[in-house]
Structure formats: C-alpha cells, structure tokens
Write a protein that binds this ligand. Structure first.
Ligand SMILES: Nc1nc2c(c(=O)[nH]1)N[C@H]1C(S)=C(S)[C@@H](COP(=O)(O)OP(=O)(O)OC[C@H]3O[C@@H](n4cnc5c(=O)[nH]c(N)nc54)[C@H](O)[C@@H]3O)O[C@H]1N2
Ligand SMILES: Nc1nc2c(c(=O)[nH]1)N[C@H]1C(S)=C(S)[C@@H](COP(=O)(O)OP(=O)(O)OC[C@H]3O[C@@H](n4cnc5c(=O)[nH]c(N)nc54)[C@H](O)[C@@H]3O)O[C@H]1N2
Ligand code: SF4
Ligand SMILES: [Mo]
Length: 889
C-alpha cells in the first residue's frame, strides 16, 4: 500500500510554501501542497530538491566536547555548569545566545525565555539582525508595531508592484511566479524593479531602474515630492490617520526631479515614467528586502517607502501596502517571540509595565531590565572579553557576519563557545568547545510564520537520527540544570506553542498587533493538525486576518500612523583609488545561505558550481571568463572565478554570499565587509564594500574527480585555489596554483596518492596534463590540468565512475575529457528540474525554438518549477542576437 504523504512547510525561504513529502521506495519526493495559501501547489527548484538534502552525510549526530563524542548528560552538564560559572563570576550579562530565523517558533520562544526571563540578561540576538532588523524598526516607527500589513494576494491584485532591493525571481521564486502569472493574466498590471543590477527579476518588469547603489531613500523622497506636486496625495487620509506629514513633505521638497536624478544616477525620463506609473496606480504594493534593509541607513529607506504609501493612502486596502518580504522560513516567528535583543517578548519592549507584565506571566522576578547587544556589538563584546560564554544556534556567523575573520579571531578568545547545529563541520562548529546535535528539517516538529504572517506547521516525517534532539529540548534541559525546572518542564512542542499564544494575548486588549490568543487552548492533536492561519488569531478574528489596518487604526497610542522626515544618506564606505569598485553581495537561485544544506545536492550545484565575481567587462577588460580573480577590500581578499557580464553595472561587482570554507579555499565574502551598521536597527551594510579586482594569474588550473564521497577525501589537494563541486559518489574539485609542477606524476602521487593505481596519462606538451587512475577495472581518479581553465565534460567523467568505458577508444576519449559519444558537454545546468544544460538549450534555439514555450515543448526545460524561465529568455535573446549578427555578415 502506498504510504500517506506528510504535509509540512518548506525549509527555506520566507514565502513559506506548503510541501507534501511523498515516501518513495528510497527516500521522499517533494511536491507543492495544493491547499497551502502561500503556494497553491507550486514549488521552486530548492523546494523540489528538498528530498535530496536529507542524507545523513556530514551530520552532527552526537554531542561533542572538544571534538570528542560525549553523552547528552555530560554535554548538558558541561553547558549548564559553564554558563553557571560565568554568571556566578561575571554576572548574567557575560553570557549570550545568538539564534536564527531558521529555528522553529517553539525553539525560539524557549531560548528567549531562558535568556531574557530567567538568566536575566538581554543578550539574545539573532541572524535576523543581518536580515530584517531595519524593516522591523521601519514598521514600528510608522505603525507603532512590527506588523506587515499585506499578503501575497495583494501582490496579485495590485495595479502596480514595485520590487526594490529584491531579486524575487531567485530569492522568493514562488511569490515571483505568482506575480508573473498575474501579470500574464492582466498585462495592464505594471511591475517596476529597482536594483543596480539587471537581475532575473527584471524579466517581468515594465520598468527597471538601475539606480546608484544605496540611493533608494532619495528615489522614494523624489516620488513623494512628485505625488505632492501633482495633487496625488490623499489629504483626507493624511489628516485623519497620520501624523508627521508636514515635516515629511517639507523634507521631500528638496528632492526635485533634477536633484533626484543626479543623486540616483537615473535620467529624468526614467524618473518621470516611474512617477507617472505610481500616480496612475490606485493599488500599489512595494515589496522590499535586502537591497533596502542591509544598509547603514536601512530604516530610513524603509520609512521613505512607507511614507509614500501613507501619503497616497495606499495601505490597509486590497492590493496596497509596503511589503517587507522575509528571508528565512521563520524570520517572522523570531520577531513574534522577541528574538532580537531590543525586544523583550511577544511584541513587547522594555518599559517598566512590559517588564512587569512578562515577569508575571513567566512567574519570574529576574526578567532583564534592559535590551541586550545586537549581533555586531555582541561579537565585539566577545572579542573584548565582556562576554565569556556564547551559545550559537541555527546560524553560521563565521560565514555570515560582516568582518567575519575578526569575528573568528574574537570567538577564538572566548572561554566557552557552544554551537547547536545539524552539521558537524561548519566554520562555526570548528570554533566551538561544545557541539550539540540538533534535529533538522523533516525530523523536527513545530511552527513557522512566513512573510504574510501565516503560521504553518513543519512536521517530522523522518526518525530522529543518531542522538540528535530538538532545539527546544536541548534548551529546556539546560534551563532545568540551571535551576529553572518549573518554567521549562516542557514535554511537547505544543505546550510551548500554547504558552507563546497565551502570552501574546496576555493583558493585550488590542494594544499589540501580535495576538494569537485564539490558539492558546489548542489540544496537542489540534496543534499537530493546525492548518495555515494568518495572525492575529483571536476572539475578534478566529479565522485569522489576511490584511492589517483595514480600519485605519494603527498601534501608536493615538491610533495614527507616522510619516517620518527623511534625509537620504549614501552608504558609509565609498570607493577610493585603492578600492575603486563597489562590491554588492547576495544570493544565487539554487543555493541557500552558507550551503550547509543545499551544498549537499549535486543537482543544485550544477546551476552555479563555483564562487564567482561578476563585473562589467569594461571595468577589467583584461580579465576573461574562466580566469581567476583576486577581490580585495581593506579587510581581506578572496579568490573567485571571473564572470564578466555586460548586464552588470559599471563600477560594481557582485559576489554571492554562500561559499564557506568547506566548499572553497578563499571565498567567504563577509571576510571583506566592514561592519558599518544602521544606528537605529544595528543592521550591517552587507551590500556595499569598496574593493579592487585583479587577475590572479594561475600557472595551471585543473579539475580532479576522485572515487568516494567528501568524507573519503576530507582534504582538498593543497593548492592556492580550490573549490568543491558536489557530485554523486565522486569528490570533485576545481584547482589552481601559481607554479607548474616539474613532474606531474610526482605531484599527483604526493597530493592524491596515485601511485596506488594503474595510471594512464596524456601530456599536452607544456600546456597540460591529463590522467586516469584505475584499480581492478574501476576508475579511481580522473585529472585534467591545463594552463587555461580546462573544461572536461563533467557529466561524462562522473558517469565513468559507475560505467567505465568499454573500449580503448572510449578510454582515450575519457582521458581527453570528452564524452564517448563525442557530443559536447551540456554546459551549466539551467533547468535543474529536468537537468537541461545551457549548450543543449542554445542548440535548440539555433534549430528553431525561439520561445520559452517551444523550448519547453522540446526539452521540458522551464515546465516544472519555472525558476529558470528568466535565464531561458536571456539565452534566447543572446542566441538570436548571434544568429542575426551571423546573417548580417
Ligand atoms: N536562493 C535563495 N533564496 C533565498 C535565500 C538564499 O540564501 N538563497 N535566502 C533567503 C533570505 S534569508 C533572504 S533575507 C532573502 C533575500 O532576498 P533578496 O533580498 O531578494 O536577495 P539578495 O540577493 O540578497 O539581494 C537582493 C538584491 O538587492 C540588490 N541591491 C543591492 N544594493 C542595492 C541598493 O542599493 N538598492 C536596491 N534597490 N537594490 C540593491 C542586489 O543587487 C540584489 O539583486 O532571500 C531568501 N531566499
Ligand atoms: N555579505 C552578505 N552577508 C550576509 C547576507 C548578504 O546578503 N550578504 N545576508 C544575511 C542574511 S539576510 C542572513 S538571513 C544570514 C544567513 O546566514 P546564516 O544564518 O549564518 O546561514 P545558514 O547557512 O542558514 O546557517 C544556518 C546554520 O544552522 C544549521 N541548522 C539548520 N537547521 C538547523 C536546526 O534545525 N537547528 C539548529 N540548531 N541548526 C540548524 C545549518 O547547518 C547552518 O550551519 O546571512 C547574512 N549575511
Ligand atoms: S519559494 Fe521558498 S518556500 Fe517556496 S519552495 Fe522555494 S525556497 Fe521553499
Ligand atoms: Mo535573511
């Protein structure tokens, strides 16, 4: 009998798609949950690949102290005693927790309660500091509450959607696809993308504004001024429901057409088109994410956006609103429980009344009286020795925090570093004294809240592996050992959820936006079977609430919203002669953050398989595709694959945030970034760092494929550059070094032990060297080195490890790095769902497929999750241009 599928929520982005995990003969396959309101059955490529990241390879499955396995009781005692000792000697402010928007609400609630309610210090912060902190402060300033007014449906029914600082097509693909579908059905809908880069998201845009990096606040002030001048303000709304309009409009008057155009690096014509679309759109949504938040003036940028919506009355109505889209699956849940150091709990802060209220609810007289340190300051306090014990959970700060090498050096001085993670070897677990194995996605049970305030269940469908435990359990066990047994006696996550829901309603009386008191009485069964619901969920809204502020009542004491006068600022660091380019950082379509999970999937690795640096060819005409580049800032340097791209704006380079030290030699981008933060939100300026770009001249480059998994080959061959590419059953590195070995056989023998095997080699004059190593007819190793970047057919080579070539001629082809069929390699994987490579697509276009539909009909590419459609269109345009150029000659 076919086993029933389990409904759960995706592990990745803040869209929060419902996923159905269907048991297969081996493992599980993922499909979109048709009834889930976030996705109605759709999934993106990362969602589709969820089943491929479930292997236990590399997992942390036992507690460890100083890298040696120990029992849970020993590890928990060590954690509790270690924290206790520090608290006794140096007080509660000498310990800190650093959490994550990837913890479940129940885990997060317990961590926050333990630190702020019982240890009695404010030092619980989270990676949301790097992500949502500016958006939170922006909403609080405007609405008096951290409340996202809109929902995904608003995107679909809007007359105009502005996407600013958001590469939605890659970072929130299902929200993007729903928007793309809406645009197809209503072509009159207008979509505007604001981003210095021309991203995949621009594919559906009527207007792309490639503004000067960091100039968004001026652009929105300019728009506000233009609306004021053309009589497009909603005077009635401003008068009755807001404060601060006069000062705000006065400040915006400076932002004339000419001044805004010059500040933002746009033409007046572009601005006039922008303003006209806004003026003509009754229903307007502005969706924003990291290009806005990650800035030293991110909060002001958020309020510049919200000001425009308030002044034109575009909030609290269908199809309207300033929509900060969340990144992580439970970024919103973290905001609900109070995961940021400047929040106490459940949307309460640090007034004496709030501290008293939370204390009575938790039955603790030790609630912290003050906020704690935000992430950047917290790691500085560790470096300076004020914090002597830190517990990091569900985040990898040695990769993701700015000035990451300094953070690493600081952490090395910390007497007690505790890390809860699912993986054994991360940059952060390498710095830990105690590692605690957490249950991962698919194994743990709890709730998450997505970008539209929708609470859904993540359900376990796998047994707990090894000795891994849920984060809430680990925290509760430590709390019990610290003497707080009564307050942390949880046996089931539903108990925690009920308590969290009760706190949200406790003495609320409509004063706090976050209220899910309607869920405080759920039985364990009801919690387990809970369907997705948008908060608030209370007596007045038992079915949840799709849209906030429809009554135009806001959460400031007078019920009015606030416009905030803005003085636009440019980013703190500007280019210099030594560092003339600006480095922008962000995401790629198929990787998640620091790659600890998506890096496991060979399929996801094929889209973009090495850390890269994209730049305009005119900025470095001597650096070509396939070269290696050294990208340096005043803080550090990286070695990356060069990717000249004429769509990249002049003066700016783009580097992905994902690569960690397990996947590449020198590619942790945050090692280069200075920790400038927004004074109001503490959020770092992660997208604007002056750098220089230099061709790193490799004497040789190579690709090596070795039989066996990464565990069999934990160390890459010692070279100046290496990067690991996940492949099934094979360990694959790209390599480069600065001096050519005199004797390749000796080099290979020393670095990969080839003398064990029968070797077949080919010397390519002085240019390169290829080698295959065999043992009992099985391929053990394939090696391709060349002065230039070699391009063996990776798929053919990997296949040869399971299906060795049958004839001498085929072996020779393999030695040359080409497929036995003689076919050219398929190229970078564009459609990950159906494994369709770039060259195959280009061939099909040359043979007459001139649209995405035709390509889909012939190759199936783009017909599953649709994430690759923008890239398919780009390849079509490129190929057609070459064809026309060819015909013209
Ligand atoms: N594939 C994938 N998806 C993800 C994630 C992932 O790791 N991988 N992570 C998730 C998380 S936690 C988050 S926070 C979200 C982030 O989602 P996004 O914010 O969409 O992602 P980013 O690529 O970081 O940045 C978005 C864009 O901001 C642009 N930008 C840079 N500077 C400026 C500027 O000054 N003004 C404007 N207007 N734009 C600018 C960049 O060029 C970039 O295209 O993605 C989520 N989804
Ligand atoms: N330069 C630059 N830096 C950035 C950004 C950028 O755009 N540019 N973006 C920033 C943003 S928006 C974000 S959100 C951060 C993300 O940065 P991080 O939070 O550091 O990235 P992750 O790789 O998601 O780290 C999650 C860790 O938790 C582990 N883990 C997974 N599941 C569980 C679990 O259930 N329990 C526990 N205990 N551990 C688990 C994973 O193995 C991994 O080690 O990066 C920030 N840094
Ligand atoms: S859009 Fe986000 S939540 Fe949905 S499947 Fe993709 S990664 Fe998962
Ligand atoms: Mo994020």
């Amino acid at each position: 009998m076919k086993k029933a599928a389990i409904s759960t929520t995706c592990a990745y982005c803040g869209v929060g798609c419902g996923v159905s995990m269907q048991p297969q003969a081996e493992g599980f396959s993922a499909s979109g949950e048709v009834s889930h309101p976030a996705n109605f059955g759709r999934l993106c490529v990362k969602g589709h690949a969820l089943g491929e990241t479930l292997s236990l390879a590399g997992r942390l499955l036992q507690p460890e102290i100083d890298r040696q396995p120990v029992s849970w009781s020993k590890a928990l005692d060590a954690v509790a005693n270690g924290l206790q000792d520090v608290i006794r000697e140096f007080g509660p402010h000498a310990v800190a927790f650093y959490g994550s928007g990837q913890l479940l609400t129940e885990d997060y609630y317990v961590a926050n309660k333990l630190m702020k309610g019982f240890i009695g210090a404010g030092n619980m912060d989270t990676n949301s500091r790097l992500c949502m902190a500016s958006a939170v402060v922006g909403y609080k300033r405007a609405f008096g509450a951290d409340a996202v007014p809109c929902n995904y449906q608003d995107l679909i029914v809007a007359d105009c959607v502005i996407l600013t600082g958001s590469n939605t097509a890659w970072a929130h693909p299902v929200a993007y696809q729903r928007l793309a579908q809406a645009k197809k059905e209503r072509p009159e809908m207008r979509i505007i993308v604001i981003d210095p880069r021309q991203t995949a998201t621009c594919d559906i845009a009527d207007l792309h504004l490639p503004l000067r990096p960091g100039s968004d606040a001026a652009l929105f002030c300019g728009a506000l001024n233009a609306m004021a001048q053309s009589g497009k303000l909603d005077a009635d709304f401003l008068q009755h429901h807001t404060q601060g309009a006069d000062e705000t409009l006065l400040a915006a008057q400076d932002w004339t057409l000419a001044k805004t155009a010059s500040f933002c690096g746009l033409t007046t014509a572009q601005l006039l088109t922008f303003y006209q679309i806004i003026a003509d759109s009754d229903r307007l949504v502005t969706l924003y994410s990291m290009g806005i938040n990650q800035s030293s003036s991110g909060v002001d940028k958020c309020n510049a956006i919200i000001n425009l919506h308030l002044a034109t009355g575009k909030v609290g109505r269908e199809g309207c609103g300033p929509f900060s889209i969340t990144g992580q699956p439970n970024a919103m849940g973290g905001r609900e429980v109070g995961g940021l150091a400047n929040q106490l709990a459940s949307h309460m802060g640090f007034t004496p009344e709030e501290i008293d209220r939370v204390g009575r609810f938790w039955m603790s007289d030790n609630v912290t009286q003050s906020p704690g340190l935000n992430a950047v300051d917290l790691f500085r306090a560790i470096e300076e020795g004020q914090i002597k014990a830190v517990w990091i959970m569900g985040t990898n700060p040695l990769v993701s925090l700015p000035d990451a090498d300094r953070v690493r050096a600081g952490l090395a001085r910390c007497p007690l570093v505790i890390v809860s993670d699912i993986m054994r070897d991360t940059d952060t677990t390498r710095a830990a004294h105690i590692c605690l194995p957490a249950l991962g996605w698919g194994e743990k049970n709890g709730t998450v809240t997505n970008s539209e305030r929708c609470i859904s269940r993540q359900r376990a469908f796998l047994p707990a592996p090894g000795e891994a435990k849920p984060d809430w359990w680990i925290l509760s066990q430590v709390a019990q050992r610290l003497g707080f047994a009564d307050a942390f006696a949880y046996q089931h996550p539903a108990e925690i959820f009920r308590e969290h829901a009760a706190l949200s309603g406790f003495e609320n009386h409509g004063s706090r936006a976050f209220d899910i008191s309607g869920l405080a009485q759920l039985t364990n069964f009801q919690w387990d079977s809970m369907r997705p619901l948008q908060w608030p969920v209370n007596a007045a809204n038992p079915q949840g609430t799709a849209r906030l502020f429809t009554d135009l009542q806001f959460f400031h004491p007078d019920g009015k919203a606030r416009l905030i006068a803005i003085t636009p600022q440019l980013p703190m660091n500007q280019p210099t002669t030594a560092y003339p380019l600006v480095m922008n950082t962000g995401r790629v379509r198929d990787q998640w953050h620091t790659m600890t999970r998506t890096g496991k999937s060979a399929r996801l690795m094929q889209h973009i398989s090495e850390p890269f640096c994209q730049f305009h060819p005119d900025d470095a005409p001597h650096i070509h595709s396939g070269d290696l580049v050294r990208v340096a800032s005043s803080h550090g340097w990286l070695l990356l694959r060069a990717q000249p791209d004429s769509l990249q704006p002049r003066g700016s380079v783009f580097v992905p945030m994902h690569w960690n030290s397990q996947f590449s030699q020198q590619a942790r981008v945050d090692a280069l970034i200075e920790a400038h933060v927004d004074p109001l939100s503490g959020q770092p300026e992660s997208k604007h760092m002056p750098v220089s770009l230099r061709h790193w001249k490799a004497a040789w480059q190579a690709e090596v494929f070795m039989r066996g998994s990464h565990e069999d080959h934990p160390m890459p061959p010692a070279t100046a550059y290496w990067s690991r590419i996940t492949q099934p059953g094979v360990t694959h590195y790209t390599l480069a070094d600065s001096s050519m070995p005199e004797d390749w056989m000796a080099w290979l023998s020393e670095h990969v032990g080839t003398d064990r095997w029968v070797c077949q080699s080919a010397r390519l004059g002085d240019e390169g060297f290829n080698l295959l190593a065999w043992s009992e007819g099985e391929l053990q190793l394939a090696f391709y080195a060349h002065r230039q970047h070699p391009a063996p057919d990776r798929q053919a080579v990997v296949a040869a490890f399971t299906q060795p070539p049958g004839t001498a001629q085929h072996r020779l082809a393999l030695l040359a790095g080409i497929a036995a069929s003689g076919k050219a390699p398929t190229g970078a994987m564009i459609c990950s769902c159906f494994a369709v490579g770039e060259r195959v697509i280009a061939d099909a276009i040359r043979q007459g497929c001139h649209s995405v539909q035709q390509l889909g009909a012939q190759l199936k590419c783009g017909t599953c999750c649709g994430s690759c459609i923008p890239e398919l269109k780009k390849i079509i345009v490129g190929q057609l241009a070459t064809l026309t150029a060819g015909e013209d000659q």
